[in-house]
Design a protein around this ligand. Sequence first.
Ligand code: SF4
Length: 130
Amino acid sequence: MKKKKNIRFCPNSDALKGSLVLGYVENEKVEYFNEKVYVDKNLKAIIKNKENEVRKYIRFTHPCMKSSCKHWNNKCQIPESFSSLNNKGDELNTLKKCVIQDECQWFSQRSYQACANCQYILNYTKDITI
Ligand code: SF4
């Protein structure tokens, strides 16, 4: 995916057309991949066959939908709700950089505070229309 000007990525999107796989859930935490994982034909077939597991264990990213998203109110309200680092005690300098950090909507708003919380958001992927 080419980096487009003014495009910010949602780090916790549904599995939509154009989504990438950002990471997977292990030990109640999102582990991010080291490179962008594009959804090709084979991966799409796996996702379709394993929807329940995918909903629970796979984290997707997609360009932020801004005002078309229910969480948008001049900016994304999700990272704005992060009141402190997180309750796991992670130090900022130990956080692993994910592949969308430079283009992430949450990071653009709350910097590393967003990262520190992002990895613990384990809500299910709802829509799979990839
Ligand atoms: S407004 Fe927030 S939750 Fe909605 S798509 Fe953008 S980054 Fe994601």
